[in-house]
Design a protein around this ligand. Structure first.
Ligand SMILES: [Zn+2]
Length: 419
């Protein structure tokens, strides 16, 4: 399907949302709509002008409504803007657009915050150039280039964060300049290659920064509320990603961190200042207990071998299931049986060892000196144990989904030896 054409649209660069970030609702005309939805079910709607920002300059698209029809996405194509809906809009119809304001204002805070952050870090005494940025769903980051081979230190980031927050509190105004993009030689390098003609917009933080940008920005720095630097990540061997959040996201992050702390305070019976100490204590305790369990299981296995010997002497085979046994225990028991030459002396005998709770299933091994006997026993088990899968010669090893059929399996194996 070819995209609808509309030569008379207000071009991207001079959109109502770019002229006035705070215009939340707006009446315009529908001048084009695809006849059928695309493969994903979306109609492409062209409006004369829009208050829904089309994705660009690192800022995600807005969502909102055309009358009561939901807009899922807005994209730029050259100088055109396209709205994506799941219902068609009648061409020539006067429509009222509304923007999802919470989403938009969040983007405004992050985007203007990024301009401020990059401007401060680019200047004395820091001199770290921003080579890219990302406005993510939860976190944002800027990618910084090293200055004379050096990346910012923790202390530098701390002072920069303080400086930016002081500037936010001072609340200086932000000015947007819009100029016709007449001559190609005046094009800023940062413009997308398919953006020709139209309007070049420049965002100015007076006394600090002037940057070409198509985004929707705050009217003054006070609207950013605050900025918080988070972790850093090395990228492309030399660069550094600095993660950050601005405005409402700072409070959202504080809220979720606070709730996590509250839950952990209850679970660990101590305040956040002792979390690390308490977790270390628990880890040490767990390691010590694992050692004790290993030692006790070894002792238990030596007794269990006696039981295996008695079963083999009595019936010609042995079958043991323990709810608390894991593969380590079964293997240990198997090697003890081997050490005591249980199977060498009884070359027709098999040993079946299984572990795990009845409803959860678990590992199983079948041992024997006679391959045929092992194979036949494993086949019999597979018929009676739900979801049992495994393989191997001499030592057959598998996993079962439930031990509900264990008693039946025992009877079937017994029948092999009485037949
Ligand atoms: Zn920008």
């Amino acid at each position: 399907m070819s995209p609808v054409q509309a030569p008379d649209q207000v071009p991207v660069g001079a959109l109502a949302c770019q002229k006035d970030t705070f215009l939340k609702s707006f009446t315009t005309q529908c001048i084009g709509c695809s006849e059928k939805p695309d493969k994903k079910g979306f109609y492409e709607v062209l409006l004369f002008d829009t208050v829904l920002f089309p994705e660009g300059g690192g800022q995600p698209f807005d969502t909102g409504y055309i009358d009561d029809v939901q807009v899922y996405n807005v994209q730029r194509r050259g100088l055109q803007h396209v709205h994506f809906t799941k219902q068609p809009i009648a061409v020539n119809k006067q429509v009222t657009l509304t923007v999802d304001w919470d989403r938009r204002f969040d983007h405004v805070q992050q985007h203007t915050g990024q301009h401020l952050l990059s401007a401060v870090l680019e200047q004395e005494p820091y001199k770290f150039e921003t080579v890219g940025w990302n406005l993510g769903e939860k976190l944002c980051y800027v990618e910084l280039k090293p200055n004379e081979g050096k990346l910012p230190t923790e202390e530098q980031l701390q002072t920069a964060e303080q400086k930016i927050n002081t500037m936010i509190a001072a609340g200086s105004p932000i000015i947007t300049h819009a100029e016709c993009n007449a001559a190609d030689e005046n094009r800023p390098d940062s413009l997308p290659s398919d953006y020709r003609g139209g309007v070049i917009r420049t965002i100015e933080i007076p006394g600090l920064d002037k940057n070409p940008c198509c985004g929707t920005h705050a009217k003054d720095l006070a609207q950013l509320q605050s900025i918080k630097f988070l972790h850093t990540e090395k990228i492309r061997s030399n660069n550094l990603r600095l993660f950050f959040v601005v405005g409402r996201r700072v409070l959202d992050l504080l809220d979720s961190s606070y709730k996590t702390c509250k839950t952990l305070t209850g679970l660990l019976s101590c305040g956040p200042e002792d979390f690390a100490l308490q977790v270390t204590r628990l880890q040490n305790l767990q390691r010590a207990q694992a050692k004790t369990i290993k030692r006790l299981m070894a002792e238990l296995a030596s007794h269990a071998v006696t039981e295996l010997t008695e079963q083999i002497n009595k019936s010609g085979y042995a079958m043991v299931h323990r709810e608390d046994a894991d593969m380590d225990y079964l293997s240990l028991l198997g090697s003890l049986a081997k050490e005591q030459k249980l199977l060498e002396e009884n070359d027709k005998a098999v040993i079946v060892l299984a572990g795990g709770e009845q409803s959860a299933g678990g590992p199983i091994i079948v041992l024997g000196a006679n391959d045929e006997k092992v194979k036949k026993t494993a086949q019999t088990l597979t018929q009676h144990l739900d979801g049992l899968k495994g393989g191997g010669k001499g030592r057959w090893q598998g996993k079962c989904k439930t031990w509900k059929g264990w008693e039946n399996a025992k009877d079937a194996v017994a029948a092999l030896y009485t037949a």
